[in-house]
Write a protein that binds this ligand. Structure first.
Ligand code: FRU
Length: 548
């Protein structure tokens, strides 16, 4: 039996056991969703030489059946590990995997794989042709700095392209390769984008978004032309943060120019919390673009080993361009609603009194829940003043002004995964500040009291939300709670924040959920929907259904 079962999630994607990291090759194919992922079949820790591609399938992005590994490190061109990559559906309907192999000489090279039997609806077995690698290590790239090919797209010239991370000639760059037949690839002279940042940005993703103001519609990866903008996303390994920019992709030169100047670290974050190596795919079934990402553990390796597993995938999110055209909006895919069971009695209209107002949300098992709440504020009169220089570091601001620090407008929000005595709790909350001529809305996830266990990383995550508080006079928050993960979407998904928590009270008792207010004015809960979620069937060993 596993120890620490209370940490395991109920509706997030995990293999039955062992280590997982990056999502690889997500795709909707033939009526089925596929997720591949970086997987160590031999243990709970990352071990590059053992990296395989785990593989699961789903009809609804919620319930998953585990299949055998799609790729294992068995060939000369991947003997030291099958690293990250993607899936592209070719014009004849065949899906192809492009992935980074670490070869017998420990060089990173790019390989291709195809289904052994294209008529197998589950795409169970994959063949790696002997002509691999299709892209060897270039002379100006060092052996460790060439990986993570994206889903390929077709240019208007009829040629395929994929993008890939590299350090070329000492400069961190996202390179583009082009091909007529998907097998012979040629590097473009100019990178898609280059950065002065010394660290190699991993896991690039380039995808189109529709400009029609706030349209939730997603586009096929090869879409281009009028009404289409592009997003480039990269992952920074030293801080485990994902950054993106909205910009212009020139399909003649194969270059990407961000709308706003600056290096990766000045770009926007996919998530202001704990989330990495994100990757999107176009879901033709519902015409939307969906994002997956790896959410690693933040307690110790010894804990991972004791549990026998490590790492989650974020709950899949639909994403689209916000009406203003400057940023993305992300929202849990609607299929999550199929898990909703009991609903908490409504608190609509409840007043949270100033300086300590607290109401419990009762009637549901709140350790697996979907909470959608709107807080209404009476006035901005008491908003605390803020020096504009503080806008640069919202994490620090949240650290300084935690949930228990009295404020003007806010802090108010949710206390989740809370013990009955509130000794342990994770606070997700807002604070409104007054700048010279405008207001700034801060969103925080405060982990300082989230669990009593000593010596573990308990960061405070912060981010500003781009909402018009003077017009709205309210702020919305959607939070998904699943035992050891708390994923929050502020302002309708304009700022997202994922956190890992390891509360101890759940070993012997149940978890509580509250709305709170520690500001100077009363706050009204104008909407509160809190649902208990049923456990999904996620890669359980005894799932006979799909694997058959
Ligand atoms: C990102 C990453 C990728 C690499 C993979 C190996 O987390 O380092 O760059 O392909 O993980 O597991």
């Amino acid at each position: 039996a596993r120890t620490q079962d209370h940490v395991r999630t109920a509706f997030h994607f995990q293999p039955a056991k062992n280590w997982q990291n990056d999502p690889n090759g997500p795709v909707y194919y033939n009526g089925m969703y596929h997720l591949f992922y970086q997987y160590n079949p031999h243990g709970a820790l990352w071990d590059v030489g053992n990296l395989s591609w785990g593989h699961s399938v789903s009809g609804d992005l919620v319930n998953w059946a585990a299949l055998g590994n799609a790729l294992d490190p068995t060939a000369p061109f991947d003997a030291n590990g099958c690293a990250s990559g993607s899936v592209t559906i070719l014009p004849d309907g065949t899906p192809g995997i492009l992935y980074s192999g670490i070869d017998t000489d420990r060089r990173q090279v790019q390989n291709i794989a195809f289904p052994k039997n294209p008529r197998d609806p589950l795409l169970r077995e994959w063949a790696k042709p002997a002509y691999n690698p299709v892209v060897p290590l270039p002379a100006d790239v060092s052996a460790n700095d060439f990986r993570d090919p994206t889903t390929a797209w077709l240019g208007r010239d009829g040629l395929w392209r994929f993008a890939i991370s590299a350090v070329a000639d000492g400069v961190g760059a996202t390179l583009v390769y082009r091909s007529a037949d998907f097998l012979r690839w040629e590097r473009r002279a100019t990178p898609l984008h280059a950065s002065r940042d010394a660290v190699m940005a991993e896991c690039p993703d380039l995808f189109p978004v529709a400009t029609r103001g706030g349209a939730e519609e997603g586009l096929d990866t090869s879409a281009s032309g009028k009404g289409v903008r592009h997003v480039l996303k990269v992952s920074m390994p030293d801080t485990l943060e994902d950054y993106y920019a909205v910009g212009t992709y020139d399909d003649g030169a194969d270059t990407f120019t961000p709308d706003e100047d600056g290096d990766y670290r000045s770009w926007r974050r996919i998530d202001r919390g704990h989330l990495y190596a994100s990757k999107t795919f176009f879901d033709a079934r519902r015409s939307r673009r969906v994002l997956w990402a790896w959410v690693n553990e933040s307690d110790s390796e010894a804990d991972d080993v004791a549990r026998g597993w490590s790492g989650l995938q974020s709950f899949p999110r639909a994403l689209w361009l916000d009406g203003g055209g400057k940023q993305l909006v992300q929202w849990p895919v609607e299929e999550i609603e199929t898990l909703r069971t009991r609903r908490a009695p409504p608190l609509e209209g409840a007043e949270l009194e100033p300086a300590g107002g607290l109401r419990e949300v009762t009637g549901i098992r709140s350790s697996q829940a979907d909470v959608d709440v709107v807080f209404e504020i009476p006035s901005l009169g008491r908003a605390e003043g803020l020096d504009p220089s503080r806008l640069a570091d919202p994490d620090a601001l949240c650290r300084e002004k935690g949930a228990s620090v009295r404020g003007g407008v806010g802090p108010f929000g949710l206390l989740v995964m809370a013990s009955g005595d509130l000794h342990e709790h994770t606070a997700v909350f807002f604070r409104v500040f007054r700048l010279l001529h405008e207001y700034a809305v801060l969103m925080c996830t405060d982990l300082s009291r989230s669990y009593t266990k000593a010596d573990v990383y308990k960061p405070t995550h912060g981010g500003f939300i781009n909402v018009d508080i003077e017009k709205d006079m309210s702020i919305s928050l959607r939070t998904l709670i699943d035992h050891s993960i708390v994923e929050s979407f502020g302002g309708g998904g304009r700022t997202c924040m994922t956190a890992r928590v390891y509360p101890e009270h759940v070993v012997t008792g149940s978890s509580h959920l509250y709305v709170f207010n520690n500001g100077s004015d009363a706050v009204k809960v104008s909407k509160l929907e809190a649902w208990e979620l049923a456990s999904a069937s996620v890669n359980v060993d005894d799932d006979g259904g799909l694997v058959g």
